[in-house]
Design a protein around this ligand. Structure first.
Ligand SMILES: [Zn+2]
Length: 291
């Protein structure tokens, strides 16, 4: 196989439709095909940190009927074999690798050189974007609410609070208008100075987080994505100005363009004892007014 170009992505700028040229078609063992384009508006699920699910939508060649994109994953190659999804052994952006968006379709008859239109389900995208923005805000509000639980100096988050979210996160899943974040508080977090007694009252924690979220959303700030380039693996940064200051978080996902789109954001917490520590689940929900 000849070297593939890195896929250029249009979704960071909010696009839900794009036109691209097929640069590779990988037949899959199950009979489906993974179609790689020179550029796409379709957000794939990331392999190394699969927080935001793939978009929904279709791929259409010229006058053919649109084919549903049943899955979209990150693919990577060092010039030889194209590895897809979980088979990719490196983080997106790793030096020496080229990263592409692989659109998986049932349709055959798609060939290199074909021009295709991508059409993303815009309502689904918007709901995921609100969910992802709510997730970032809630993690910052959680860090702030837990700041007094640290007995030692700890690494800090984008707002300067001890970085509970970054230090304890195990898994983050973006949902339509919300997210689930799973944290683990074990020996290593306690050794870093975190006092788990701060999690004894989940309802009080939710009230403290929600109060901060309400103040932030009332400010209604704009959100933007800054990027170093158009390629899938180019670094992108979520930028939002909160009353406390400008927040910058590395992020490859899609987002609301204003905090006003979220309507309101609320959280709920569940604490479970597990072997060697406790698990905390934060469920975040956005309540958009006109969605
Ligand atoms: Zn993110």
């Amino acid at each position: 196989m000849t070297a593939l170009p890195a896929t250029l992505v249009d979704y960071p700028a909010g696009a839900t439709a794009s036109t691209g040229v097929v640069v590779h078609v990988e037949p899959l063992p199950d009979g489906r095909s993974a179609v790689v384009l020179d550029r796409t508006a379709f957000h794939p699920v990331d392999t190394a940190w699969p927080d935001q699910p793939a978009d929904r939508g279709t791929l259409r060649v010229a006058d053919a009927a649109p084919a549903e994109i049943v899955e979209a994953v990150v693919g990577a190659t060092q010039g030889g074999e194209l590895l897809l999804g979980r088979a990719v052994p490196v983080r997106t952006g790793t030096e020496g690798w080229t990263f592409v968006v692989a659109h998986v379709v049932e349709a055959d008859g798609i060939s290199v050189g074909d021009e295709v239109d991508i059409d993303v389900d815009a309502d689904h995208r918007a709901a995921l974007s609100r969910g992802h923005t709510a997730c970032h805000l809630a993690s910052l509000a959680l860090d702030a609410a837990l700041a007094s639980a640290w007995r030692k100096e700890a690494p800090t988050d984008a707002l300067g609070a001890p970085a509970f979210d970054a230090l304890a996160i195990q898994e983050s899943r973006i949902l339509s208008d919300g997210s689930h974040d799973l944290y683990r508080i074990g020996k290593s977090l306690r050794r870093k100075g975190f006092d788990p007694a701060a999690l004894d009252d989940p309802a009080a924690l939710a009230a403290a987080v929600d109060e901060r979220l309400a103040a932030w959303i009332a400010a209604g700030s704009d959100i933007r994505i800054e990027r170093d380039g158009e390629a899938l693996a180019d670094r992108r940064t979520w930028v939002c100005t909160l009353p406390e200051g400008e927040v910058r978080i590395p992020c490859g996902g899609t987002h609301a363009t204003s905090l006003a789109e979220l309507g309101a954001v609320t959280t709920a917490f569940a604490v479970t004892a597990v072997d060697g520590g406790i698990e905390l689940v934060m469920t975040t929900t956005a309540h958009p007014t006109d969605a």
